[in-house]
Write a protein that binds this ligand. Structure first.
Ligand code: PLP
Length: 430
């Protein structure tokens, strides 16, 4: 029998069809379970979301919007996308939402395209002070297409310098002001940004990629209804599948929709949109809200434990799901710190800190987040123990043996909170 006659490959298990990839999926499931995942932009999504993302919806082309598609056979995926839209609307109280952006970066691209022309001026947070590469990095599309100007945090307390934001807004008269960050541990004052935008006649965009889960649960003030456009990822604190979405006022609805398609994207990832619907459904539950508040409580407990152990933090602490360890007064670089914590069984990333004197490939900081471990069930007691492990790993005299011993302690904490019972294969159960 030739391959063309054998239809059975369509229905076989990945372990039988492709043992190489299957082994890697299992290896990654093991890695995620055996280390303490504290990368602030990561989270663990549910088995239900994994199932939606691993579903037959990946087969479907559905360019267009529910009820207005360029393909036949969309009667089921129309309902899936409408569910995602309805749940996002209920969760965030937005006037309009487009759930199709493939990522946070694409969501931002769509938002810019909806309200800017190439060459327009934009005011956003400096990357080195916590902003994102889509907020005007020279080699990014944003920095190439638009004229970005950058505001900063104050040196004395590392809070966003709203006086500088106002001054720069008056000087540069931007078409758009962007609030939102990838490495800012404090509450962002959206009404203050709105007032400045109104004063200079700019639109306001909030990129809440990092804090969307906290916003959904009321653990951080919401920008929706204050900003003209709010963009987000779905996979960070929000806890869903990898992807993005754009919320906006009714006035901007069609500009945003047209920017996403046909402006930027072709067919939407309907399997991922199904995963977004499931994740947004989770986010509407009281348990989810409770967990998001626990994320913040856990981060506060970790910050306190680190501070008590003599580890210095940017801005002296945190209001949200992440903190930044400041190594600038030590011999250790951020890169060293990342390796040390890796050896101690804790996964984080090196991160520039405001006014960093070391280059971006080395840095003087570590960004640490509590969203993923909170999803896994860890609470304040575990955070205090992790704080002690981190402090010990970053101590000047820590030896390879010390780090190995710390790794055993990290592993023991993880073992008490099994990740994904039954998902050892790295693929969804059921
Ligand atoms: C993560 C992030 C993004 C981009 O999200 P991707 O899905 O990685 O493209 C955009 N803006 C901010 C503030 C982010 O933190």
């Amino acid at each position: 029998m030739s391959f063309a006659d054998d239809q059975s490959y369509l229905s076989k298990d990945i372990a039988d069809v492709d043992p190489d990839v299957a082994a890697l999926l299992a290896a990654e499931a093991r890695r995620q379970g055996e280390t303490l995942e504290m990368i602030a932009s990561e989270n663990f999504t549910s088995n239900a979301v994994l199932q939606a993302v691993g579903s037959v919806l990946t087969n479907k082309y559905a360019e267009g919007l529910p009820g207005r598609r360029y393909y036949g056979g969309c009667e089921v995926v129309d309902q899936v996308e409408q569910l995602a839209i309805d749940r996002a609307t209920e969760l965030f109280g937005c006037a309009h939402v487009n759930v199709q952006p493939h990522s946070g970066a694409t969501a931002n691209e769509a938002a810019y395209m909806a309200v800017l022309k190439p060459g327009d001026r934009v005011l956003a947070m400096a990357l080195a002070h916590g902003g994102h590469l889509t907020h005007g990095l020279k080699v990014n599309f944003s920095g190439r297409l638009y004229e970005f100007h950058q505001y900063h945090v104050r040196r004395e307390d590392c809070r966003i310098d709203m006086d500088e934001v106002r001054e720069l807004a008056r000087q540069t008269r931007p078409a758009l002001i962007v609030a939102g960050a990838s490495a800012y541990p404090r509450v962002i004052d959206f009404p203050a940004f709105r007032a400045i935008a109104d004063e200079v006649g700019a639109r306001l965009m909030v990129d809440m990629a990092h804090i969307a889960g906290l916003v959904a649960a009321g653990a951080h003030p919401s920008p929706v209804g204050i900003a003209d456009i709010t963009t987000t990822t779905i996979h960070k604190t929000l806890g869903g599948p990898r992807g993005g979405m754009v919320m906006c006022t009714e006035e901007l609805a069609s500009a945003v929709d047209r920017a996403v398609f046909p402006g930027l994207q072709g067919g939407p990832l309907m399997h991922v949109i199904a995963g977004k619907a499931v994740a947004l459904g989770h986010a509407l539950t009281p348990e989810y809200r409770q967990r998001q508040h626990q994320v913040v409580a856990n981060c506060a407990a970790l910050a306190e434990a680190l501070t008590d152990a003599g580890v210095s933090l940017v801005s002296g602490g945190t209001d949200n799901h992440l903190l930044l360890i400041d190594l600038s007064a030590t011999e250790l670089t951020g890169a060293d710190g990342e390796t040390r914590l890796d050896d101690a069984g804790i996964t984080v990333n090196k991160n520039g800190i405001p006014f960093d004197e070391r280059p971006p490939t080395v840095t003087s900081g570590l960004r640490v987040g509590t969203a993923a471990l909170t999803t896994r069930g860890l609470r304040e007691d575990e955070m205090r123990e992790i704080g002690a492990i981190i402090a010990a790993a970053l101590a000047p005299q820590a030896s390879a043996d010390d780090l190995a011993a710390l790794r055993v302690r990290s592993r023991a904490i993880g073992d008490r909170f099994p990740l994904y019972a039954g998902v050892e294969s790295g693929t969804p159960v059921g």
